[in-house]
Design a protein around this ligand. Structure first.
Ligand code: C2E
Ligand code: CA
Ligand code: CA
Length: 649
């Protein structure tokens, strides 16, 4: 089998170029002839210097070199060629007659590759030449391969270095990206946290919000369904007059107030937590604009919720200072005891609302614990609403008149008209119950006008009696805010006055201070028009609403009516007495007269008299009377104090 890497004879012959150096012409001839015959290219040199020149002219592939030459010996030529980079690899075969071991060694030491002894055998020469050319060719191939390998190795090394560099760069980038990503992730986490915070908390107070409360209630209810003994309380605080503050002082003040309220509630809850009589878990939430809720869980009974509600209320009694004003906040509190009878949070909110509503309507309690009677009441309200719509057509309303008496003399000063509803199946329904519903449903507008109409008609019937010598008696009519705010209120009033032909001096309108505070602009306008007609005005239920004494002088009213809740507590030596006394002083300073409402005892009469209160109204003198009894009362009172009064009038 032929080795494909071996150079074939033919290809070698065509390329191989041999230099024969010999000073013997016969040798030269014979050798060159033989080699040319073999297909080699042959050049000849007869001495050393010629040989070197020939080599320089064109490098031979092999040199047959005689040792004995005329100018230098073959060893010197060989050594010289071996020293030059370009010629050192040319294989040199020594040809000599010096067949001694010493010379052969020298020949090899000088760099020769073979040695042929003279007289030579042609086949030997050919074989040695061919061998050396082969070796040389293989050597060249090897060298080439080596070079290629070298290149590959250096390429690989370069590639490896590059790969290492790339790896390093990559690692560096991975590191950088990782730290970037870590930063991004932590930023995202922070954003996520912020978003969650915004989603679950009120932005003003930072307290958990409605969404949070609903989720928490769902959890508590689901637990209550597993553990039937489990009870928890939801205390909902509803601000009484936030809207007024927001409307009068502006949103920013409103916000400031709410966050102050939030702070007070937080610290109240915190102290409650420290006091261990309360349940372990108390959570305060801010779940509507002016609504806060507190969760207590678990609880044994409603008492700890009530205790906390009282604490909360206490914490809110001192004034808040907003824009250098003192502002008092009052809350109505609804408490719901959560247990397995509740299915969803909305049911708890519904019942809490009902309890709050009841607290609002109650004069003695600012808090209420929800129970089924409250729910029944709510249902009743719904029924009343339906029946109210028909009552006016069916003429189920009528008026009562409660005398107002001069405290000093006991003479009658006038009457307050009070509407009555005789319901066909439910019997007498208190106006305290149906008036608020009529207001909510706007039924107060036709009802109010009917009342005004009736009252004026009564005035016109009683006119001569009312027009007694010294006294000009007045009939007071309660006017609801809704009526007052109506565009054509004055117009309608004028119409009624015209239709009934009454003397206007007998008419007085009672409006509440909350009406004045809530709608100062409208109040200003309407009051101006009333004053232009010389219609008198009284502020009703004074002390229960905004009680902003400093606002009072702005409105030209005639009378202040101190609310029954203060008068009824006059006997006790408490805050109520102070308020009544202060109100009297203020009212007199402003030039108003004062009617004390709900006077029931002699003691109250004496006290009020002593403080200079002008008038009183209450069961002590008379209950609200129907029109005939009222006229009889008027007649006998006038008779008693003015015996000369014309009875026939
Ligand atoms: P108000 O205007 O403060 O009326 C006085 C209330 O106190 C009346 O209750 C009267 O019956 C009651 N009262 C008078 N003296 C005494 C007393 O010595 N002791 C006690 N415990 N109560 C006394 P009433 O008639 O139930 O009216 C309740 C409220 O309903 C009124 O409070 C008023 O706000 C409203 N209201 C009554 N009639 C009308 C009306 O014709 N129009 C309007 N808009 N509201 C009315
Ligand atoms: Ca009144
Ligand atoms: Ca009143």
């Amino acid at each position: 089998m032929k080795n494909t890497t071996l150079v074939t004879k033919e290809s070698r012959m065509s390329t191989s170029n041999i230099l024969i150096v010999d000073d013997t012409p016969d040798n030269l001839r014979l050798l060159s002839k033989t080699l040319i015959q073999e297909g080699y290219q042959v050049r000849c040199a007869v001495n050393g210097s010629m040989a070197l020149l020939t080599v320089k002219a064109k490098l031979p592939d092999l040199i047959l070199l005689d040792i004995n030459l005329p100018d230098m010996d073959g060893f010197a030529i060989c050594e010289q060629l071996k020293q030059s980079e370009s010629t050192k690899d040319i294989p040199i075969i020594f040809v000599s007659a010096l067949d001694e071991i010493f010379d052969k060694v020298r020949a090899f030491e000088a760099g020769g590759v073979d040695y042929i002894c003279k007289p030579f055998q042609i086949p030997e020469v050919l074989s040695r030449v061919s061998n050396q050319l082969n070796i040389q060719s293989l050597r060249k191939q090897l060298l080439q391969k080596n070079q290629l390998l070298q290149i590959e190795i250096s390429n690989r090394i370069a590639a490896e270095i590059e790969i290492r560099q790339l790896n390093f760069d990559l690692e560096q980038r991975v590191k950088e990206r990782t730290s970037q990503l870590t930063a991004e992730i932590s930023e995202r986490k922070q954003i996520q946290k912020k978003l969650e915070y915004i989603a679950w908390n009120n932005s003003l107070t930072g307290l958990p919000n409605r969404l949070w409360l609903i989720e928490k209630l769902k959890k508590l209810l689901s637990f209550a369904h597993q553990e039937k003994q489990f009870r928890f309380a939801t205390i909902i605080l509803d601000c009484n007059r936030f809207k007024i503050i927001n409307d009068s002082l502006g949103r920013r003040a409103g916000d400031e107030l709410l966050s102050m309220v939030g702070e007070r509630l937080k610290s109240a809850v915190l102290t409650a937590k420290v006091e261990e009589f309360l349940t372990p878990n108390i959570i305060l939430t801010h779940f509507g604009e002016d609504k806060f809720a507190i969760l207590l869980e678990p609880i044994k009974d409603k008492n700890c919720a009530i205790a906390l509600a009282k604490k909360i209320q206490q914490s809110l009694t001192t004034a808040f200072i907003i824009e250098e004003r003192e502002i008092f906040m009052a809350f109505n509190i609804g408490i719901v005891i959560g247990n397995s009878s509740y299915l969803k949070p909305e049911d708890i909110f519904r019942d809490a609302d009902l309890a709050i509503q009841k607290a609002k309507n109650s004069s003695s309690y600012y808090y209420q614990v929800f129970d089924t009677t409250i729910q029944n009441n709510a249902l009743e309200i719904l029924e009343i609403e339906t029946d109210l719509r028909l009552a006016l057509q069916r003429q189920e309303f009528y008026l009562n008149y409660q005398p107002i008496i001069c405290l000093n003399t006991g003479t009658i000063r006038g009457f307050e008209t009070l509407v009555r509803w005789n319901h066909p199946s439910k019997g007498f329904i208190s106006p305290g119950k149906f008036i608020p519903i009529a207001e909510q449903t706007n039924l107060i507008l036709p009802l109010g006008m009917w009342i005004l109409q009736q009252a004026c008609q009564q005035i016109s019937i009683w006119q001569t009696r009312l027009n007694s010598q010294e006294n000009i008696l007045t009939v007071s009519v309660n006017i609801s805010a809704k009526q007052f705010e109506q565009e054509d209120f004055i117009e309608q009033l004028d119409q009624i006055i015209y239709d009934t032909g009454i003397d206007i001096k007998h008419l007085k309108l009672e409006i509440t201070e909350t009406l004045l505070m809530n709608n100062a602009a409208i109040a200003d306008r309407v009051i101006d028009q009333l004053k232009a007609r010389q219609i008198k005005l009284a502020i009703d239920d004074f002390g229960t609403g905004y009680s902003s004494l400093s606002y009072l002088d702005r409105f030209p009213v005639d009378t202040l009516k101190i609310d029954r809740s203060f008068v009824s507590r006059l006997d006790e030596k408490n805050q109520a007495s102070t308020i009544v006394k202060a109100t009297l002083d203020l009212a007199h300073n402003l030039g108003f007269d004062v009617v004390a409402e709900g006077v029931e005892t002699q003691e109250q009469v004496e006290q009020l008299k002593a403080w200079g209160c002008e008038f009183a109204q209450g069961y002590f003198y008379a209950r609200p009377l129907d029109k005939d009894s009222a006229l009889a009362f008027l007649q006998s009172n006038l008779d008693q104090h003015n015996p000369k009064t014309d009875k026939a009038a």
